[in-house]
Design a protein around this ligand. Structure first.
Ligand code: 7TS
Length: 417
C-alpha cells in the first residue's frame, strides 16, 4: 500500500522533518500562527499514505464486502481482510481471526462487557478496575455490574499517578473474574506494569481486558508477550481514520463471547424461531463495516511499521524528557502525573489560571492542547481537580513545538493570572 513511501528510505536515526512532511495538516496555520498540534491523546493527524490509500480504494476497489460474487466485491473483501491481518500482525496476534473490527476502543470494550461479561458473570463476582481508567473502561463495567449483580473493585493510584500495585494484589481474590486496565493512562501518561498485572490476574483465574488506546500509537505492542485476553484500541489515535478500531481477543475467549450487535453478516441462518451465529470474528461484525476505514487503518499500520515502533518510542521518550524539563521550570505550574514509567503526556495545572482559559489563550498562539477532565473524572477527583491542561505528544512533534508551548504559557499567565 504505502510500500513506496519515502519513510522506507528515511535514514536512521529518526528524521522528524521527513515524518512531518507526510502530514499535510502540520503545515497549516491557526489564528495566523503555525499549528503546534499537541492533542494527540484525543486524536492523531493523518499522513498522506493513509489518505491516499483510502482515496485509491474508493476510486478503484470499493464495493460492499463478504456479499457480492462480482469481482469488485471480491477485491474489496480481500482488501478488508488483508487489513485485518495487518492489524493482527502489528499487535502480535496469533491469527487474523483474533482481530474484530469495531468502531474504536469504546465499542470494543462494550463488546467484551456485553458479549463475554454478560454470559460469564453473576452476583458476587468481582470486576477489578483502576482509578486511572478512561470512562470507556468504567461505564461499560458499571452497566454490566448493574445487570449481573457483579461488583466493582477499584485499584487506587499513588500521588505520582502510578498504580498502587500493593493494593491491586490485595484486591485480587477467588471472586475476581475480570481485570480491566489501561495500558497507558490518557490523563496522566502512566504506563502500567502490564505483565505483572496480567500474571497476577491469571494466577487467580481472572481474565484481563486491556484498554490499549494510548499504548498502540507509542510503543511496540505484543499481545502474546503480554498474555492479555482482550486488547482494545482505536485507529484514529494511531494515524488511521476515525470510525475504525479493533478488539484483539484470544481465539478461545472470542469463541466463548456472545454476539454484541445483531444483524446482517453475523449469522449462519435466521428463522423466526431461531438464529445461529457465525464464528469469530464475523459474529461481532453485524452490518456493513467501515470498509474504507479498515483499509486506512491497514495503511497506518504499514506507515508505523516502516518507521519502526522502537524508534517511535525512543524519539517520544526524549521529547517527553525535554518537555518535562521545560514545564518544570515554569513558576506556578504543577505537573499532574509524574510516574517513573510514562509516555508522552504532560498534564498540568497553573495556580490561579483555569485550564480552559489557558487552552483558549494557547490556541491564539497556534498551540492545540486539551483542557478538561479528559474523560477520566476519577483521576481528577484523586487530585482534587476539576480539570487539567494536557499536551500529548506523537511521533511528528518536535522540541520546537514544546518550546512554543513553554514560551506561550507565561504569556497566558500574564494575561489571565
Ligand atoms: N481509552 C483511553 C485510554 C482513551 O484515551 C480513550 C480516548 C478511549 C479509551 C476512547 O477511545 P475512542 O476512540 O473509543 O473514543 N481518549 C481521549 C482523550 O484522552 N481525549 O479525547 C479522547
Amino acid at each position: 500500500m504505502s510500500g513506496d513511501s519515502d519513510i522506507a528510505r528515511a535514514p536512521s536515526p529518526f528524521d522528524v522533518e521527513r515524518v512531518r512532511a507526510d502530514f499535510p495538516i502540520l503545515s497549516t496555520t491557526v489564528h495566523g500562527k503555525p499549528l503546534v498540534y499537541l492533542d494527540n491523546a484525543a486524536s492523531t493527524q493523518k499522513p498522506r499514505q493513509v489518505l491516499d490509500s483510502m482515496r485509491r480504494f474508493y476510486e478503484s476497489d470499493y464495493a460492499n464486502v463478504h456479499r457480492g460474487l462480482y469481482q469488485l466485491s471480491v477485491r474489496a473483501t480481500e482488501a478488508f481482510e488483508a487489513a485485518r491481518c495487518k492489524v493482527g500482525r502489528f499487535v502480535g496476534a496469533e491469527s487474523c481471526g483474533e482481530i474484530v473490527f469495531t468502531s474504536g476502543t469504546t465499542t470494543a470494550i462494550n463488546l467484551v462487557a456485553h458479549g463475554y461479561g454478560g454470559d460469564h458473570l453473576g452476583p458476587g463476582d468481582e470486576i477489578v478496575l483502576t482509578e486511572m481508567e478512561h470512562h470507556s473502561n468504567i461505564v461499560p463495567w458499571q452497566m454490566l455490574a448493574g445487570r449481573t449483580g457483579a461488583e466493582l473493585r477499584i485499584v487506587p493510584i499513588a500521588d505520582d499517578g502510578s498504580l498502587r500495585m500493593d493494593e491491586y494484589e490485595r484486591l485480587l481474590g477467588p471472586r475476581t473474574r475480570m481485570v480491566c486496565v489501561a495500558h497507558t493512562s490518557n490523563a496522566l501518561g502512566t504506563r502500567n506494569p502490564m505483565r505483572r498485572i496480567i500474571d497476577a490476574a491469571h494466577a487467580c483465574g481472572a481474565i484481563v481486558v486491556v484498554d490499549g488506546a494510548q499504548g498502540v500509537p507509542h510503543e511496540k505492542i505484543d499481545v502474546r508477550e503480554l498474555d492479555c485476553d482482550f486488547f482494545a484500541f482505536s485507529g484514529h489515535k494511531m494515524f488511521g481514520p476515525t470510525g475504525i478500531g479493533a478488539l484483539y481477543g484470544k481465539a478461545e475467549l472470542l469463541e466463548k463471547t456472545g454476539p454484541f450487535l445483531g444483524g446482517g453478516e453475523m449469522i449462519h441462518s435466521v428463522t423466526f424461531d431461531e438464529t445461529t451465529y457465525k464464528d469469530p470474528p464475523h459474529r461481532f461484525e453485524a452490518g456493513t463495516p467501515d470498509i474504507t476505514g479498515a483499509v486506512g487503518l491497514g495503511a497506518a499500520v504499514d506507515y508505523l511499521e516502516q518507521i519502526g515502533m522502537d524508534r517511535v518510542e525512543a524519539y517520544e521518550r526524549d521529547l517527553l524528557d525535554y518537555g518535562t524539563r521545560l514545564l518544570e521550570e515554569i513558576p506556578r505550574l504543577t505537573l499532574v502525573g509524574t510516574a517513573a514509567e510514562k509516555c508522552g503526556i504532560l498534564s498540568f495545572v497553573i495556580d490561579g489560571v483555569h485550564p480552559h482559559d489557558l487552552g483558549t489563550v494557547l490556541d491564539m498562539e497556534g498551540v492545540a492542547v486539551r483542557a478538561g477532565h479528559h474523560c477520566a473524572q476519577p483521576v481528577m477527583d484523586h487530585f482534587g481537580l476539576a480539570a487539567t491542561a494536557r499536551a500529548s505528544l506523537a511521533l511528528y512533534n518536535t522540541r520546537e513545538d514544546l518550546d512554543v508551548l513553554a514560551a506561550s504559557i507565561p504569556k497566558a499567565i500574564e494575561l489571565l493570572g
